[in-house]
Each structure stands twice: as C-alpha cells, then as structure tokens.
Design a protein around this ligand. Structure first.
Ligand code: CMC
Length: 430
C-alpha cells in the first residue's frame, strides 16, 4: 500500500483522490493538476488565495509568525550581517559567498554597470515630466533590443550573463530615469563605490562637484535593497513567471514585472503612502483619516498598512523602522512635520481596535517611504528603487522556473459567465 496521503473530492457522489504534497516547511498542497482530466471541473481561486502556483526553493514566508527567509536565512540575520550583493549572490546561487567568491562576484557585476550609449538616448524620447516608473518599464524592456539575437535562454551561461547585466545596470538605469526627470546630466557609474554608494552617487552627484555618500545613508539604502530583494510569489513575481513562461526575452519579462509593481496595492504603496501623508498634512488631522480608513463607504485606505500574507507583523517593517529612526537621527529630522505625522499615524493605528482586529500593521513600505524621503529621494522614485531591489528576486525566480523539469507555459482557466452561444443577426435586425 502506498503511503501517499491524499485528499478526497466528492462531486455528485463520485469520489476522486488527489495527492498531498509537502514542502520543507509551510502548508502542504493538494496536487490538483489531474483534476480537470478526472472530473471535468476547474478550481476557482481569484486572487490566488489558496493556490500555490509553483514549487520554489528561494524564499519562504510565514505570515502568521512574521518570518521571511531567503534560501533559509532569516531576513533579520541577512540585514545585520550581509550587504545587498551578498543577498543577490545568495538568491541566485543558493549559498552565501565565501570571501573569494564575493570578490569575484563584485568584480563581475562592476564589469557590466555601464549601459550602451544608444540606450542613454532612449530617455530623450520620454516627456521630461514622465513618471520614472514609465521610463523604467520602457528602458528595461528596451534592453531586450540590445541583447536578443545572441540569447539562448535554455543555456545557463546565457542566463547567468543576463542576470549579472540586470543587477549591474539597474542602478544606472534607475538613476538615469531620475536625472532625466530633473534635467541634470547622467552620471557614469563609479566602480570604486559600493553598490548602494554608487547608486547614490549617480542619483545625487553632478559633474560640478565632488559627491561622497554619507555612510549611514548608504547603509540605509543597502538595507532597503536587501529587504525588498525577494518576496516569493507576489503579484509582480508571478507576472515575471507568467510572462517568462512563454520563453520571452528576460529583459522584456523584467519590464512586465516593473509594470505590475507600479500599482498602488503593490510596490506603488510607498509612493502612495507619502502622498497620503502630504494630504493629511498635520498631526491634528490624523483622527479624521483614521475614521475614513474605517468607513466601509469610503474607498480610502491607510497606505502602507496591511498585507496579504503578514497578519501579525511584517518582519521587514520592523527592520525598516529601526533604519528609519537611525536615518532621521543622522539627519536631525526627528521633528520634521511629515515624519512626526507618520509616527503619530503609526501610534494611533497600532492602538485602534479596527486595525488590531483586522491585523493591519504598518508594512515595509510605510517606513521605506519615510526613509527614502529623508534620503532626499523624490516620491515618484520610490517604486523605481523597489524595482531595482526586486530585480534579483524576479530574475532568480525566472531562472528557477526555466530550470524546473515541470516547467510549462502558464495558462490559467476561467469560469465563463458571458452570453451563451448566439448567432450574429444581419445589421438591420440588431
Ligand atoms: N486601511 C484600511 N483598511 C484596510 C487596509 C488599509 N490599509 N487594508 C485592508 N483593510 C481592510 C479591508 O477594507 C478589509 O476590510 P473588510 O474585511 O471589512 O472588507 C480587510 O481589511 C481585509 O483587507 P483585504 O483588502 O481583503 O486584504 P488583502 O489581503 O486583499 O489586501 C493589501 C492586502 C496590502 C492589498 C491591503 O491591505 C492594502 O490595500 N493596503 C494598503 C496598500 C499597501 O500598503 N500595500 C503594500 C503592501 S506591502 C508591499 C508589497 O509586498 O507589495
């Protein structure tokens, strides 16, 4: 007798067994791949509330315990002991680098930081007031025009080089989107700086004077990147997997992830959060907005609060909160109007029955928006920085999918509720 545990589905008295599969940790899954063949029925799960769309060994989240691991390592330990490039190496290669591997990896990444001069000219095609996420989606997608013909995605060496190129060029592309929007010259990357330091230099440096990144702020930015590097099968990652499942060019696939991330319910939340704080304007108006957030007839939500998976706390938010205080202290901004307002909002919401009952806590984007604002990053760039950080997660998930022996093009089905079959009438009878 097989030891395979099964789940039984009974439809109109007919029972069908489906295997139960277990992972390392986390909920088991019922393998329903044979369900349509056996029953003629699909499952219905809009928003993927109960659906595991793939097997993955990259990131694990326990939403109830507030745990996040990359390749088994808790995010708290990675944030404390590693920098973003360690995390990129880990996500991509499954293990943290040795000292020699890190040196080699950093030098490989630095080899690719420049973008083709022709790519730089792409920016001029955008209106100067274009949202930088629109520019990002366009320019990253355009990389596929530069690296397509010679690319064979079934070859690991080709995939590796695309992954390194993306990690290396994303800071350059992101900073260029910013420079274009403020009408300043693009700054070429400086490979003597750290990943985060170089990004700050390309964002805030100008050819007119020397720019040295502040180490506290550089560390804060590196932490933002680490905390946003991957988050298992969220909307943008699932978009990347679905877009990539057709065998599409990886740069175009990452552009699809960027487009998805832009939405305010996902990566756009940090920008929406800062806009909300500006709209609230003053501590005295916090109760009014809390009231609105609780009103069923008002579509207003407290941006930066709540999470689909984390129902007790977001571990990234805890770390980002600490960074937030470090940065505000370093910059002497503890008494800044907006930051005081954010802290008051956090205090009231954490004590409010509605938010407690619905398990709505500040998420990572609540604090990362505040940190980025303090770093001098304009609100419209927040989601671009999220995209820069998440690129390693997206491309690692894409790589994992391509190498999965069970990999198939993604093709969900539907419950059709449109008109039944009908015949087209001649125009005069319609
Ligand atoms: N403010 C007020 N009420 C809220 C909020 C909020 N931010 N979030 C959820 N609720 C209420 C919601 O109205 C619902 O109430 P009811 O049960 O009475 O219908 C209940 O809480 C459950 O919410 P839900 O929308 O069904 O939960 P979800 O898991 O589908 O949505 C979410 C999660 C993150 C989209 C949502 O909480 C939200 O829109 N938050 C604000 C946007 C935000 O901060 N997004 C960033 C997420 S973290 C970054 C990332 O990983 O992408």
């Amino acid at each position: 007798m097989s030891n395979q545990r099964t789940a039984t589905l009974t439809i109109d008295g007919q029972t069908t067994e489906f295997p139960i599969m277990g992972g390392t940790v986390g909920p088991e899954v019922v393998d329903i791949r044979s369900m349509y063949g056996k029953t003629g029925m699909f499952t219905y799960d809009t928003g993927y509330l109960s659906t595991a769309s793939c097997k993955s060994s990259i990131t694990y989240i326990d939403g109830d315990k507030g745990e996040l691991w990359y390749r088994g390592y808790p995010i708290e330990q990675l944030a404390e002991h590693c920098d973003f490039l360690d995390v990129c190496y880990l996500l991509k290669n499954s293990e943290l680098p040795t000292a020699a591997e890190k040196t080699e990896y950093v030098s490989q990444i630095k080899r690719h930081t420049l973008v083709h001069e022709q790519l730089a000219r792409f920016y001029a095609g955008f209106r100067r007031d274009a949202h930088p996420m629109a520019i990002m989606a366009g320019v990253v997608g355009a990389l596929s025009a530069f690296y397509h013909d010679g690319m064979d995605i079934s070859d690991q060496a080709h995939r590796d080089i695309s992954i390194n190129r993306l990690i290396a060029k994303m800071p350059t592309i992101t900073a260029m989107a910013y420079k274009y929007s403020v009408g300043q010259p693009f700054m070429y990357p400086r490979n003597d700086l750290s990943y985060a330091g170089n990004f700050m230099y390309m964002m805030f440096g100008t050819p007119c004077e020397e720019y040295k990144p502040n180490p506290v702020l550089e560390k804060a930015l590196d932490r933002i990147l680490t905390l946003h590097a991957d988050h298992e099968q969220n909307a943008s990652t699932s978009t990347v997997r679905l877009a990539g499942s057709s065998g599409a060019n990886p740069y175009a696939v990452i552009a699809a992830g960027i487009a998805c991330l832009w939405g305010p319910a996902h990566g756009g939340a940090n920008e929406a959060c800062l806009q909300m704080l500006e709209e609230i304007g003053d501590v005295s108006r916090v109760p009014e907005y809390i009231k609105r957030a609780k009103d069923k007839n008002d579509s207003f939500k407290l941006m930066g609060f709540g999470h689909r998976v984390y129902k007790n706390f977001d571990p990234r938010a805890k770390l980002m909160r600490q960074t937030c205080y470090e940065v505000l202290t370093e910059l002497g901004l503890e008494n800044d109007r907006l930051f005081k307002l954010a802290m008051e909002l956090e205090r009231i919401a954490l004590e409010d029955e509605y938010f407690i009952e619905k398990k709505l806590y500040p998420n990572v984007d609540f604090y990362s928006g505040i940190v980025q604002k303090a770093l001098g990053i304009p609100t419209s760039m927040f989601t671009c920085i999220f995209a820069l950080a998440r690129t390693i997660g997206w491309i690692t998930q894409w790589n994992e999918m391509i190498t999965d022996s069970e990999y198939k093009i993604g093709r969900p089905r539907q419950l059709y509720v449109g008109p039944n079959r009908r015949d087209v009438k001649p125009v005069e009878q319609r």
